[in-house]
Design a protein around this ligand. Structure first.
Ligand code: UT7
Length: 336
């Protein structure tokens, strides 16, 4: 049975850098607070036109990351036989961004699957791609994860707890049939829906006539809301559990791991996970200082950077791990 291997990586982030100092001009916050609590120094936000529309759409952003991954893999778009798109911020309520990606890449009738797993989108997407490849349903899968967060944030002081954390960006991987021992060795996937309302965006409300009310908008219920401290505690615990579980499932130990790429949620979470697992900073990748939290996109952006920085060599063991809204969490163990 073929195993799924990552054969190409790519990413794209907007040109506009928004520093913590820039945010100080929008809301009551400070560079010191943001750096101390999250490790974030700057993030990228798409530029807005005078009508408030972003310079490019989320799917167009994803397509830029995808083209880089396709070139890196040495394939043509026509070689892709399934597109998987993970985002919590689709360009419209429906259809999902997968079909826009299919069209932007000039494909013709290629299957497109959308994943709504928030920060865990990449981990679920890679596990799904592995399943499709093992089952023979697909031979080459394009997994794109992209987020336009900036348009959905409350940039006033009322929304400062979330607005300072999130950035825009996209990452992509091409996944093909692995040769030899290369590829996804194991994946673990979890969720706990009883915590769905601890980190969520309520609007548009599917079971409400008209999907929202003026009163809801006045209360700011269209913006994401988070119980930060609770999410923090669960995240730290679940990150560690997922790494331990996926290593056991794949028959490996922490000592065997060359690199962990965690979802970039908070530098304090990343540090705590590294400490608890006994992994030094050289084995836990971090780029949150420059991009903030890009939700589903954070792992594939980090992966593309890690590869280009020479942090992964053929044969290395890689763990990707995420936790986020849902709650959802999980991990993948990959022989690079
Ligand atoms: O990607 C999905 C997973 N997401 C996460 O894992 C995020 C998890 N949570 C966190 O990362 C942290 O909880 C935050 C970074 C969101 C917040 O850090 P914290 O240390 O938990 O701060 P806090 O929420 O306890 O707030 C401390 C204080 C409060 O003021 P008072 O009540 O002590 O007077 C907040 O109002 O900081 C205030 N505050 C801010 N101050 C300046 C909240 N946001 C800000 C801000 N600037 N942006």
């Amino acid at each position: 049975m073929p195993r799924a291997a990552i054969t190409g990586t790519g990413f794209w982030v907007p040109e506009q850098v928004v520093t913590n100092r820039d945010l100080e001009g929008m809301m009551d916050t400070s560079d010191a607070w943001i750096v101390e609590r999250s490790g974030i120094r700057e993030r990228r936000w798409l530029r807005l036109d005078p009508d408030g529309y972003t310079e490019i759409t989320g799917a167009e952003m994803g397509a830029r990351a995808a083209r880089m991954a396709i070139e890196d893999a040495g394939i043509e778009p026509g070689d892709i036989d399934l597109v998987i798109y993970a985002t919590v911020n689709p360009d419209c309520f429906f259809p999902g961004n997968g079909v826009f990606m299919e069209d932007l890449l000039g494909l013709d009738t290629t299957g497109a699957l959308d994943i709504r797993n928030q920060c865990t989108g990449f981990v679920y997407g890679l596990a799904a791609a592995d399943g499709f490849i093992q089952a023979g349903t697909a031979r080459t899968v394009l997994l794109v994860c992209g987020e336009v967060q900036s348009t959905g944030l409350d940039r006033s002081t009322a929304g400062r707890d979330l607005a300072v954390l999130f950035g825009d960006g996209a990452g992509a991987v091409v996944i093909g049939e692995g040769q030899g021992d290369r590829g996804v060795l194991a994946s673990v996937l979890h969720s706990q829906g009883r915590f769905a309302r601890e980190l969520w965006a309520e609007i548009p409300v599917g079971n409400l006539k008209g999907r929202w009310t003026d009163a809801m908008l006045e209360e700011g219920r269209q913006y994401p809301r988070m119980n930060g401290q609770m999410v923090f505690k669960h995240a730290t615990r679940r990150f560690c559990e997922a790494v331990t579980e996926v290593l056991a499932k794949g028959g490996a130990t922490v000592d065997d791991v060359a690199l962990v790429i965690p979802h970039q949620a908070n530098q304090r979470i990343t540090d705590a996970v590294g400490q608890r697992l006994g992994l030094g900073p050289e084995r836990v990748f971090s780029n949150i200082a420059k991009y903030g939290n890009t939700t589903a996109a954070s792992i594939p952006i980090a992966l593309a950077e890690a590869v280009r920085e020479g942090r992964l060599q053929r044969g290395d063991l890689l763990v990707t791990v995420a936790f986020g809204s849902g709650f959802t969490w999980g991990a993948n163990l990959v022989r690079w």
